[in-house]
Ligand binder design. Structure first.
Ligand SMILES: Cc1cc2nc3c(=O)[nH]c(=O)nc-3n(C[C@H](O)[C@H](O)[C@H](O)COP(=O)(O)OP(=O)(O)OC[C@H]3O[C@@H](n4cnc5c(N)ncnc54)[C@H](O)[C@@H]3O)c2cc1C
Length: 268
């Protein structure tokens, strides 16, 4: 089977990783995003709850944010008669961004490259990270993220796969070669990993508050962002907005290279 066929087959089946045994590596064809934690609203003091007029109930982050916002002016009786949605839209319109920092959402990312995570961890404000350790975890069967620009280009894909396989061979040779000299596995791997490419797969657990997620989606979903992280931004928007109704003003479009973009629509 050609690499193009393997990639197309994996995408059609919704898989993020596919073995390419003939080429000696496993391919990553798209990111996998799993929401593993979401802020939960557990209630405000009863006397305030009695005064609070809102249109929704439950435990969602959107209630947490409305409660935080209303605490500022003690506007529990909802003088403007706004729905939760309208209230939060207005908070955003007025630039009262710190209210959005109360709700946090955590994702487990697989099928992303070290170059993508290197860009992602540049986001500091409101974000926390835990990343797979290449010093501790063996990489001899690691997978490689196919750069989206190579999809459909069999000749270049083969060239790329050959290079990935060669680095993996060097990784194993270096780790084995150091086994006698540096008995500590961590010491062997920290040296051997130096030859692994930017497209090596990694895992990242990432927590961010709503304000930070919105900022990240805007920057990393832009058509100026790198293709892999832009593709991730569109998947993040899909996953986050299916759990959290706080991204209503974001849309997915298509970049000039056919890879999705994420953009924000103006509010009235
Ligand atoms: C298309 C693109 C190309 C890029 N190219 C490069 C490149 O070539 N080289 C490179 O080094 N980086 C590059 N970056 C990374 C970029 O410079 C930022 O480091 C990254 O996007 C993180 O965003 P941020 O600074 O908004 O930080 P975040 O941590 O996401 O901060 C969010 C906001 O909080 C505020 N803030 C956070 N920290 C501070 C602070 N210390 N002081 C004051 N305000 C703060 C700022 O308003 C900031 O926008 C690129 C990013 C993009 C999207």
């Amino acid at each position: 089977m050609t690499l193009v066929q393997l990639i197309e087959g994996a995408l059609a089946e919704g898989r993020y990783r596919v073995p390419a045994s003939e080429y000696g590596i496993d391919l990553i064809v798209q990111p996998e995003v799993t929401l593993i934690s979401a802020s939960r609203f557990t209630g405000i003091p009863e006397d305030l709850r009695d005064q609070w007029e809102t249109d929704i109930e439950g435990e969602g982050g959107e209630l947490l944010l409305e409660a935080a916002g209303r605490s500022c002016y003690q506007s529990w009786h909802n003088p403007a008669g706004r729905t939760n949605h309208e209230y939060l839209r207005n908070i955003i319109r007025q630039g009262h961004g710190s209210v959005l920092e109360h709700a946090n959402y955590t994702v487990y990312l697989r099928g992303v490259s070290r170059s993508l995570t290197h860009e992602m961890v540049r986001h500091r404000a409101g974000c926390s990270y835990s990343q797979l350790s290449q010093r501790y975890v063996d990489s001899s069967e690691v997978a490689f993220v196919v750069p989206p620009a190579l999809f459909g280009m069999e000749g270049l894909l083969r060239e790329w796969a050959r290079a990935c396989r060669a680095t993996l061979d060097s990784y194993v040779a270096l780790a084995d070669g150091l086994a006698g000299v540096a008995p500590d596995r961590k010491k062997q791997r920290e040296c051997a990993r130096s030859v692994l490419p930017n497209c090596t797969e990694t895992h990242l657990v990432m927590t961010a508050n709503v304000r930070a997620w919105r900022h990240i989606l805007s920057l990393r979903g832009s058509e100026h962002a790198e293709a892999e992280i832009r593709r991730l931004a569109s998947r993040l928007l899909e996953v986050l907005s299916s759990h959290v109704p706080l991204f209503w003003d974001y849309r997915v479009g298509e970049g000039p290279d056919g890879i999705p973009t994420v953009y924000r629509v103006e509010q009235d």
